[in-house]
Design a protein around this ligand. Structure first.
Ligand code: DNO
Length: 414
């Protein structure tokens, strides 16, 4: 695996120096200040590359911008309204500019309205660490009582509805505001910041879009951009829905293995690939992450490794972001599946054998608790995650004690 790290740019409170000391090999970034739908220019891309290339004192960092996360897909493209055709043309121009700059991997998502959704951004663990959490009754309180979305109550089981009503009745105005801010925060580092009214308006534009229509729009988008990516030698990789179940009455079409398989078959090109995010997909009990890596691994162009702890067995659950080796996903089995895939790629001479991986999210620990970086992206919590993941990888790769071609379930191509 290629060990990468998400960086939000010069305003990120975690610096390039911090990344180097964490042992990072490459950087994941985006031009968050460019409005969604506009073209990324050569100059803007070069400026970000230069920022990544230097340490705080101006000396070279030796780091390169290796993965774009995200080149965002506009709501206009997802709904096929307004300037969507122009946005697709701009998307292609941005891909060309990125390729000219030597960047090959582009992550994006096709989630309507909100990117990731949580109810708590700093939920306290017994150790005093904090993490992000999705609490179903709190989310229902937001949806039914704060956003007051028509029909929202029908989307939750009765006991969740009742608990949501009880909690809402006890909420101070501050708590209501905070909960709303947490839920609509789901665009890390993006230029846009949604108000409740923005969310209501956007939901209106999605009203006519059921899953079948949204799927069709996704396939139309892929039919436009994936062949261009293939010709340019780029790898596109779609991030899953987070969480991977329907929210706010919106269609969700990247939540399961079947969704991924269908999207890849729609435009069957290697450039049409996926971001395997174990934390997002793992929030659904029926997703088998090591199995998905084995079966879909050929098209996995980017890995987000993190773990969540589910608090129930239903499809729609409360969960929190656990430590990287805790939680419901068997991280050792998943990394073993990644190493098997990389060995297969090496054996067949693919030049993308090292799959970029970033430790996704981290709990806030130690000095993170006073640094207050981007929610989910603390320096030390992620460093700890990366160190643990690297430890698993190192052990599995050990020639005598790890998985080898000779041992059962080995990582060799055979
Ligand atoms: C959350 C991230 C997502 C991801 C986008 C990709 O922290 O994993 O926001 O960057 O969904 O488009």
């Amino acid at each position: 695996m290629r060990h990468t790290w998400r960086w939000f740019g010069p305003h990120d409170l975690v610096s390039t120096d911090d990344m180097l000391q964490a042992g990072v090999q490459g950087v994941v970034s985006a031009l968050h200040h460019v409005p969604t739908g506009a073209t990324w220019t050569d100059d803007e891309i070069a400026a970000r590359q230069a920022e990544i290339g230097r340490m705080r004192d101006g000396s070279p960092s030796g780091l390169r911008w290796e993965v774009v996360e995200s080149l965002p897909v506009s709501e206009a493209i997802k709904t096929q309204t307004g300037d969507w055709r122009e946005h697709i043309a701009n998307y292609k121009s941005s891909m060309q500019a990125l390729r000219r700059a030597g960047i090959e991997v582009i992550c994006y998502n096709f989630m309507p309205v909100l990117d990731w959704t949580r109810t708590d951004l700093a939920w306290r663990r017994p150790t005093g660490a904090t993490c992000m959490r999705f609490d179903l009754p709190d989310f229902a309180a937001f949806d039914i009582h704060i956003l007051a979305r028509p029909g929202a109550a029908d989307d939750f089981p009765e006991e969740v509805r009742d608990e949501a009503a009880r909690r809402f009745a006890a909420m101070t105005e501050d708590r209501k505001r905070q909960l709303a801010d947490n839920v609509v925060c789901g665009l890390p580092g993006a230029a846009e910041r949604f108000t409740l009214q923005d969310v209501r308006d956007l939901l209106q534009t999605y009203a006519p879009l059921d899953s079948a229509r949204l799927r069709q729009h996704f396939h139309d988008f892929l039919a436009e951009v994936a062949p261009v990516a293939q010709d340019l030698g780029l790898r596109l990789c779609c991030h899953p829905d987070d969480p991977p179940f329907p929210l706010l009455g919106l269609a969700r079409i990247m939540s399961t293995e079947a969704d991924y398989a269908e999207r890849m078959a729609a435009v069957d090109l290697p450039a049409n690939g996926i971001t395997l995010c174990s934390g997002s997909l793992g929030a659904r009990p029926d997703n088998d992450l090591p199995g998905m890596m084995d079966r879909l691994g050929d098209r996995v162009h980017f890995l987000h490794l993190r773990n969540v702890r589910l608090e129930g067995t239903a499809l729609m659950n409360s969960f929190f972001e656990d430590e990287h080796l805790a939680g419901g996903t068997d991280m050792v089995a998943l990394i073993a599946a990644v190493l098997r895939q990389e060995a297969r790629r090496r054996a067949s001479g693919r030049d993308d054998a090292d799959i970029p991986m970033r430790p996704d999210h981290g709990q806030d620990i130690l000095d993170d608790l006073t640094r207050h970086g981007q929610p989910g992206y603390p320096a030390i919590g992620r460093l700890k995650g990366l160190a643990e993941l690297r430890g698993v990888e190192t052990a599995l790769r050990h020639p005598d004690h790890g998985l080898s071609g000779r041992s059962r379930g080995g990582i060799a191509a055979a």
